[in-house]
Design a protein around this ligand. Structure first.
Ligand SMILES: [Zn+2]
Length: 593
């Protein structure tokens, strides 16, 4: 018998999940007899922000399962509930409702079309009961299919008429919270990779057809990811759960599955499809990097409080580097396209001066208050450990390859780290990372890596890429530049780049730009007007409205950061060409095995 017995009933009309939980009073470790203490996570691993899922819980009620006597149930903190049991109470039944109308990869959403939830949003769990097992029985409308990484088991009790009852078994709290649930009229495709069953489950496509090549392309992504780890897949079964909607893009990693959210039309545009495959590759790669190999601070997640780590540049940055790289290695992206994606990341990096203030490691630590809570100053005060972390990963890869004359790469470092930490049943530390670089390359490279992540991030990319037969050119630097970002569809300043002409002119976030050089602007005309009148080193009159007061500022455009372009250097010497062809072989060679 499982320790916890959940019955979940989606209620589309109310956008709710109705939950019934039964458990023995003795199931709470260390319980003093009279009280049961349960909690709901405040966040979910992979998304480092306290989201307060318990704000969606209501009408939490408890009763003695045997006698039906009502038991007092009180909030014990924002996300904890205390049930006062009677001396005779052996088994408790809790009922509560969870509001579910937020379609993201980490929340819960129940409509007439589908039911999706992350179990961290819906399952109350006894405090300290990490090792308790749970049966999660779900009542679904007839005709609905479901997908979840948990294994199925016999449902508890008999389903009401017109209801399709399914049941899942979670061997522990982490297993339950790590396995999102999706149900509806799903499209499902299955295949075997390396003898392991994989599936892609598609929800919300409406009238959009599934591309014929999707299954084959995902299969290649899986094979290419496995090749990094010498062909070993770390799970017994894997599901890509795909939520399609009008727009949006994101994913959340789990040990044996992932949830991807994308625009349904993206599957049929060249760029959208490429981005979808890169997203799938990203989340799959997390099955190794984050879900298994993970920092010692994440070894046992604290679901109620912030879990700090200085390693998100490795967890997310390396994964962001590998997602596009895997698509390239799998032959799904051309080398020119891959270099285009890299160029875009370098462009983003160079336009955000916050990397000169806060290191990648410090930005990782501060994820909870910075990356997930961006504001007008974020780009000037912090850095994105995804984009910049992917460029740092590329630098690390190239440093290792150059130092070892192409004999070793970041693949070897990653494999060593994986084996040395997860393989040994323990969490990852920063010291492990430096040691892996020292072993696979040498101390000099290990020191370069430490500097990349612990100091301001300003790598010399052009010479590094030059050593790999890749040219980095910056074009259009003659274009006048102010350093302003606008709110979408407006000329209200969203942020001002530190050190830019706009900053020197005293322009601030929140200022609405009304005119430049007496010409009225709005969001649709801004580009044309700016291009017509702005000249490098010539002052512009900028008419603004600041907090309701109209005033004039003078701003002098400077030369801009330009547009970064990467291309194969056909004139590279033999050594550089050999390094490049080992890194980015053309045409894409089959993955290393
Ligand atoms: Zn990620």
């Amino acid at each position: 018998m499982p320790d916890l017995e959940f019955l979940l009933t989606p209620s589309p009309a109310a956008s709710e999940v109705l939950v019934c939980l039964e458990l023995e009073t003795s199931s709470q470790p260390g319980a003093t007899g009279s009280d049961l203490l349960l909690f709901l996570p405040t966040w979910t691993p992979g998304s480092y922000l306290v989201r307060e899922f318990s704000r969606h819980l209501s009408q939490v009620q408890a009763e003695d399962s045997d006698s039906g006597a009502i038991l007092a149930c009180k909030k014990a903190s924002k996300n904890r509930f205390a049930v006062s049991c009677l001396a005779s109470t052996r088994r408790v039944r809790l009922r509560y409702r969870v509001y579910a109308h937020e379609l993201t990869v980490r929340t819960a959403d129940v409509t007439g079309e589908h039911a999706f939830w992350n179990h961290a949003c819906v399952l109350l769990w006894p405090v300290g009961g990490d090792t308790l097992t749970a049966r999660i029985t779900v009542d679904l409308p007839d005709g609905w299919d479901f997908a979840c990484a948990l294994r199925t088991t016999e449902p508890a009790g008999r389903a009401p008429t017109g209801v399709h009852r399914v049941a899942l078994l979670a061997e522990s709290m982490e297993r339950a919270y790590d396995a999102p649930f999706l149900a509806g009229r799903l499209i499902r495709q299955r295949w075997q990779s390396r003898g392991i069953e994989h599936e892609v489950v598609l929800d919300g496509l409406a009238t959009v057809p599934v591309p014929d090549k999707l299954l084959g392309d995902l299969q290649r992504v899986v094979e290419t990811a496995a090749a990094v780890f010498q062909g070993q897949l770390p799970y017994a079964r894997y599901s890509f759960l795909c939520l399609f909607t009008a727009d949006g893009h994101g994913g959340l990693e789990h040990s044996d599955s992932t949830v991807l959210l994308a625009a349904r039309t993206s599957l049929h545009s060249e760029r959208g499809y490429r981005e979808f495959l890169a997203l799938a590759a990203h989340e799959l790669f997390h099955a190794w990097n984050v879900k298994r190999m993970r920092p010692v601070e994440f070894w046992r997640y604290d679901y109620e409080n912030e879990n700090y780590t200085r390693l998100l540049w490795l967890l997310e940055g390396w994964t962001a580097y590998y997602d596009d790289l895997l698509c390239f290695r799998a032959g799904l992206t051309s080398r020119a396209d891959y270099l285009g994606v890299l160029a875009k990341s370098i462009q983003t990096l160079s336009g955000n001066p916050g990397r000169l203030r806060l290191s990648l490691a410090d930005s990782s630590y501060d994820a909870w208050i910075r990356l997930y809570r961006p504001d007008e100053n974020t780009r000037n005060s912090s850095q994105n450990y995804y984009v910049n972390g992917s460029i740092a990963a590329m630098c690390m890869d190239l440093h290792v390859r150059r130092r070892t004359q192409g004999k070793r790469s970041l693949d070897d470092v990653l494999r060593r780290l994986f084996d040395a930490t997860y393989g040994a049943g323990r969490g990852l530390t920063e010291e492990d990372v430096w040691a892996a670089f020292a072993t696979e390359a040498d101390d000099t490279v290990a020191q370069q890596v430490r500097q990349l992540v612990n100091e301001c991030f300003d790598p010399e990319l052009a010479p590094l890429l030059h050593a790999f037969g890749v040219k980095l050119d910056t074009r259009e630097t003659e274009r006048p530049y102010l350093g302003l970002q606008f709110d979408s569809g407006q000329t209200t300043v969203a942020s001002v780049t530190a050190g830019s002409p706009a900053s020197a002119a005293g322009l601030q976030a929140g200022d609405e730009i009304l005119a430049i050089d007496s010409l009225r602007v709005d969001s649709s005309r801004w580009q044309d007007v700016f291009q017509a009148v702005a000249r490098v080193d010539q002052p512009l009159q900028v008419l603004i409205s600041r907090r309701g007061v109209v005033q004039t500022r003078s701003a002098t455009p400077a030369k801009g950061p330009g547009t970064v372009a990467l291309a194969v250097d056909e004139k590279a010497n033999e050594e550089a060409t050999a390094l490049r062809e080992a890194w980015l072989p053309a045409p894409a060679a089959p993955p290393k095995s």
